[in-house]
Design a protein around this ligand. Structure first.
Ligand SMILES: *[C@@H]1O[C@H](CO)[C@@H](O)[C@H](O)[C@H]1NC(C)=O
Length: 384
């Protein structure tokens, strides 16, 4: 899996027919046509290359080149437009009444069972799995600071009534691909439990009622009740009548096509197509939908771990609409965020925005989490 030992490098390839075109003076139409065909050829070649070598575009050389050129910046982008924005709290306050309601948190090592619902390209699966595999502390293969595992430390500060902290060990315990959309291309909050039941009934996918959580990731052609309008992801627990056990689960959808300006913020921002106003940011892995999804997955995993049965950590009096540890910091990624600023984050030599390092040289942009110790939103890329 390590990108370091990649058998092929894109650097050995120089497009042979580029030079002659720069010596003549072609018409605009010719230029456009040529550029298009060059681009198409390049894309074809790249996909062929990636298919043949099964290698990753990220190489160690690129990392070395961009390592020292990271710059800090605090971009202003149009505000996040979600229904939960009323729950958002930018900064710190004694007025945020986050309370513990005596229920369990995920204090034993967390086993994630991934359900890929619909058709998922391998490259997108690898990106999401690299993020999930970056959460655990691994002294042998630690990512440079600020890392995804440093980010999870804020989550692990939450405890249950016995004083047990949320586990710092998170791993992918199993995967199931539902390629045939067994419950259709439109899901509801309830039918997503049928998807889990189908996965659990498949032989290689166990019911892990001690440490298991389910993460259902739907492809970009799957619609979900309230997706975009109200939610980019949610978490809950399964009903014994549906799945046989009460198991915490989360759903996150790929918003690449449906509503990137809501769920892949700030890589897509409202109205950026029309020009005017500050633009969107460049995603760290070149995939607007999935790079945006990573932050939503982080948000849901943090909340699922601190409020798995919806009776542990949340603010507000209404358990059916709890304000949880991710909600409080939505849209905030660094120091000095708020009022349209996302906070101080990093930009690499190629202009890609990120705030966390992960496995295999990956970079991610993940929202901050409310800290019960600081009583403020916190993240490892804080400047102070
Ligand atoms: C557990 O949580 C407490 C309270 O937030 C914190 O002080 C402590 O450092 C945490 N322990 C670990 C091992 O993370």
């Amino acid at each position: 899996m390590a990108a370091v030992s990649s058998p092929c490098s894109l650097k050995h390839f120089i497009y042979p027919s580029f030079l002659p075109y720069s010596l003549t003076v072609p018409s605009l139409a010719e230029i456009v046509t040529t550029m298009l065909s060059l681009f198409t050829n390049l894309l074809l070649f790249l996909s062929l290359l990636i298919g043949l070598c099964n290698c990753r575009v990220t190489t160690t050389n690129e990392e070395v080149q961009t390592l020292n050129t990271n710059t800090h910046f605090n971009p202003q982008v149009p505000p996040l437009r979600t229904l939960s924005s009323s729950k958002r709290f930018e900064g710190s306050s004694e007025f945020v009444k986050l309370k513990y309601h005596m229920g369990p948190v995920l204090s034993s090592p967390i086993n994630i069972y991934l359900i890929w619902y619909g058709k998922w390209p391998q490259s997108q699966k690898l990106l999401i799995k690299d993020f999930l595999n970056s959460i655990s502390d691994d002294h042998h293969r630690a990512s440079p600071s600020p890392s995804v595992s440093d980010w999870w430390r804020t989550v692990s500060l939450y405890t249950d009534q016995t004083g047990a902290n949320i586990s710092r060990s998170v791993s992918i315990a199993g995967e199931y691909s539902d390629l045939r959309y067994s419950h259709g291309t439109h899901l509801t909050r309830l039918s997503v439990q049928d998807v889990i039941a189908t996965a659990v009934q498949a032989k290689p996918f166990p019911v892990d009622h001690r440490n298991g959580i389910y993460l259902i990731l739907t492809a970009e052609d799957v619609t979900m009740e309230d997706f975009c309008r109200a939610v980019c992801g949610f978490h809950y627990f399964t009903f014994p009548s549906k799945v046989g056990y009460t198991l915490p689960y989360a759903w996150v959808g790929n918003s690449g096509k449906q509503c990137p300006e809501v769920c892949a913020y700030p890589f897509a921002v409202p109205g950026y197509m029309g020009g005017g106003g500050p633009g969107h940011l460049t995603p760290p892995n070149g995939d607007v939908g999935v790079d945006g999804m990573v932050s939503v997955i982080g948000h849901e995993l943090a909340e699922l771990s601190s409020n798995p049965l919806v009776n542990a950590w949340y603010a507000g009096e209404d358990p059916t609409a709890p304000t949880e540890i991710g909600d409080l910091c939505e849209g905030l990624y660094g120091t000095g965020g708020g009022g349209g600023y996302i906070g101080s984050v990093m930009k690499d030599g190629e202009g890609r925005t990120f705030n966390l390092n992960g496995r295999n040289g990956r970079k991610f942009l993940v929202q901050w989490i409310w800290s019960p110790v600081l009583k403020a939103c916190a993240g490892p890329n804080a400047l102070d």
